[in-house]
Write a protein that binds this ligand. Structure first.
Ligand SMILES: *Cc1c(COP(=O)(O)O)cnc(C)c1O
Length: 396
């Protein structure tokens, strides 16, 4: 077996006994849906992040959906977000009937270009494409700026110093897409609870805190929002004692009890794993400091990344496919997050964006390369990755 990109096996070997015990306990009590582990996990995650409320749900996508639905976001609304993210961020916005308005990204952190938010809001208000690139629907009719969905891409905080005051001035609801960033921090606050109205977290297996299937959670200080999300995830029931009294159209958005048990075991070592990830990132940055033309990842000022990915920019003009193929011959895996901006994905062709609307996103999609990243990556393997990347670049 070659070097893994993300080694879930090493982690499992460490916590296998605890996992077995916790899963056995679920098999014994038999409460597979909304069993006690779900509530315990919600308490633990609220305490971990400092959020007043945590509502576990079916996935990160589901968490985004539940919050947007609870806020009543829909047709006629404009929701600002980044084109450089996993598709779920904008997919969930568009599925409500609202129109995603993309902002080009920061060239070093790859996060939403916060300094463009004000102009994008004005452009929507005035239906004026000369102020900011807009989807057709934002020019044809009058949209109401309603919400902002920043993503902490690769585990590193979006630029909340700039985003939050602008959002507040314009009364935007802010939903942090913290699918990749749980465990990270911004100005001493945990990501998922860093000043936004709500956050969506994912427990997809490869995320920094992942379960063994799909899972997610909503974090918020807003009791009203948490109560609505709690109801929506369970078919809009009025409360836990009256599950056949349905007062709103919800969905099946519950987290399995067994997945909650898995997450409780992983939470025990999560802070230690965070420190191991930081160390791996520091070592990469030292090993690659002399790699000609390679741009190393940067944390947002005030942020501590959870390093969900360690993603470099290859030199402009490098043949990325050839570099990846050469590294693969050395037994070194690599990945492209993300090959395409959302504004050029066919599922969003109806928005009417042009590729050059977001030139930084276009360039970064061409140049990014993510290296193997997990808490148990050895120094020897990191040296092998760095040497392999440098040799592949020299080979041209
Ligand atoms: C993974 C991810 C999601 C979706 O999470 P799922 O649990 O896979 O539904 C949403 N946004 C971002 C940025 C992600 O990385």
């Amino acid at each position: 077996m070659g070097m893994p990109f993300a080694d879930l096996g090493a982690q499992q070997a460490r916590i296998r006994d605890d996992l077995d015990a916790r899963i056995r306990k679920v098999l014994e009590h038999g409460q597979y849906i909304m069993g006690p582990e779900v509530g315990e996990l919600e308490k633990r995650l609220a305490a971990f992040t400092g959020a007043r409320r945590c509502v576990a749900c079916a996935s990160g996508t589901n968490a985004l959906e539940l919050v947007l639905a609870a806020w009543g976001i829909g047709a006629g609304d404009a929701v600002f977000t980044t084109p450089f993210t996993f598709v779920a961020t904008a997919e969930t916005i568009a599925r409500t009937g609202a129109v995603p308005i993309f902002l080009d990204i920061h060239p070093r952190t790859f996060n939403i270009g916060a300094e463009r938010l004000e102009a994008a809001i004005q452009a929507v208000r005035q239906r004026d494409r000369s102020l900011h690139p807009l989807p057709d629907a934002a020019v044809r009719g009058q949209l109401a700026p309603r919400a902002l969905v920043p993503v902490d891409i690769f585990g590193n905080a979006a630029d909340y110093d700039v985003l939050l005051p602008v959002a507040e001035r314009h009364n935007l609801l802010v939903l942090e897409d913290a699918a990749q960033s749980l465990g990270g921090e911004w100005r001493g606050r945990k990501l998922g609870h860093c000043g936004c109205h709500a956050a969506a977290v994912s427990f997809f297996p490869s995320k920094p805190l992942g379960c063994y299937g799909d899972g997610g959670a909503v974090l918020t200080d807003d009791d009203t929002l948490a109560d609505i999300v709690d109801s929506l995830r369970y078919h809009g029931r009025v409360d836990a004692r009256h599950k056949y009294e349905n007062i709103r159209l919800g969905c099946n958005g519950r987290l399995d009890t067994i997945q909650a048990a898995v997450l409780l075991a992983k939470l025990e070592i999560f802070e230690e794993e965070r420190d191991l990830r930081s160390a791996v990132a520091r070592i990469y940055s030292a090993l690659l400091a002399d790699a000609d033309g390679v741009v190393l990842p940067e944390e947002t000022p005030g942020a501590r990344s959870i390093w969900a990915q360690y993603t470099v920019l290859l030199p402009d003009g490098a043949d990325r496919a050839a570099v990846m193929a050469r590294m693969k011959e050395d037994g070194v895996p690599s990945a492209i997050f993300y090959p395409k901006g959302l504004h050029v994905q066919s599922c969003f062709s109806g928005l009417g964006y042009a590729p050059h609307d977001f030139p930084r996103t276009q360039e970064i999609c061409r140049r990014v390369l993510s290296l193997p990243m997990h808490p148990y990556l050895s120094r020897e393997d990191q040296e092998k990755v760095a040497e392999s990347l440098k040799a592949a670049l020299r080979a041209g």
